[in-house]
Design a binder for this molecule. Structure first.
Ligand SMILES: Nc1ncnc2c1ncn2[C@@H]1O[C@H](COP(=O)(O)OP(=O)(O)OP(=O)(O)O)[C@@H](O)[C@H]1O
Ligand SMILES: [Mg+2]
Length: 249
């Protein structure tokens, strides 16, 4: 397994957001983590990236439990991970090209290599001709593609996308899900996509983990999830209002 979470718990403020999350992700797999708004999906990503620490539990990246590591020990492992944040999180004061080059400049790669890689990735993500634009001059879909380019340019082994299709029309959304799938197949990076969009799940997921009431309520292949007869899963997949369950956030 590339990633293995064991009984991970996290309380934020007065709310126990995660009550014991167990999750396994195999190499090169595309996993969608789904759940209602507020279920704790973004918190889960922040925990895996080491941006926050769990209250208890283990987070194994390969053979290493990340939980006890200090920032200095985490840093080289984090460099193997790429993250596309929910809001894109581009640097507003840098143009497209400089945003995408950021990770490579940080690693002090030679400028000729940076220019070549940036140009290649921008072409691949249909951003050629937009190199000099500032983030404020981009459409929502373009911003998402720049965020993707920025995350994959350093060839991460593990890549996370938080709601990559939120706010896009169906065509823009399919463009992004196609790219996520193709990039996964081309580069073989293990891919974890957080979403509550069932179309994205259909288009991307090999495996699905459904976060509900602080735990992974259901984990399995995409077909199994989408056609599940379990009332809680079914209500989520088809957008039905379910009866409140005891203990659910
Ligand atoms: N820094 C924080 N302090 C206090 N509570 C927080 C903090 N961050 C998140 N939470 C709470 O944790 C819960 C889960 O938040 P999270 O952002 O993970 O939800 P989500 O599943 O990503 O939702 P969405 O689909 O809307 O993005 C929410 O109830 C939120 O209010
Ligand atoms: Mg979120």
């Amino acid at each position: 397994m590339v990633l293995r979470l064991v009984e991970v718990t996290k309380t934020l403020g007065t709310q126990q957001v995660l009550e014991g999350v167990n999750l396994e992700v195999a190499p090169k797999e595309r996993l969608c983590v789904v759940g209602r708004s507020g279920a704790g999906k973004s918190v889960l990503l922040r925990l895996i990236l080491g941006l926050i620490k769990p209250d208890s539990g283990e987070i194994w990246y390969g053979e290493t439990n990340l939980v006890p590591l200090r920032d200095r020990e985490l840093a080289p492992l984090r460099r193997e991970m790429g993250m596309v944040f929910q809001n894109g999180a581009l640097f507003d004061f840098m143009n497209v090209e400089d945003n995408v080059a950021f990770a490579l400049r940080e690693r002090r790669r030679p400028e000729s290599e940076i220019r070549e890689k940036v140009s290649r990735i921008l072409e691949r993500l249909f951003l050629k001709g937009h190199e000099k634009k500032m983030p404020a001059e981009l459409s929502g879909g373009m911003r998402k593609r720049v965020a993707l380019a920025r995350a994959i340019i350093s060839r991460p082994k593990l890549i996370f996308y938080d709601e990559p299709t939120a706010g896009l029309d169906p065509i823009g959304s399919t463009e992004i899900t196609d790219l996520i799938r193709c990039l996964n197949e081309e580069f073989g990076a293990t891919t974890i996509v957080v979403t509550h969009d069932m179309r994205s799940v259909e288009q991307i997921a090999q495996q699905v983990a459904f976060l509900h009431a602080g735990r992974i309520y259901h984990a399995g292949c995409a077909e199994e999830f989408l056609s599940s007869e379990d009332p809680v899963v079914k209500a989520f997949v088809h957008g039905l209002i379910e009866e409140p369950t005891v203990g659910a956030g």
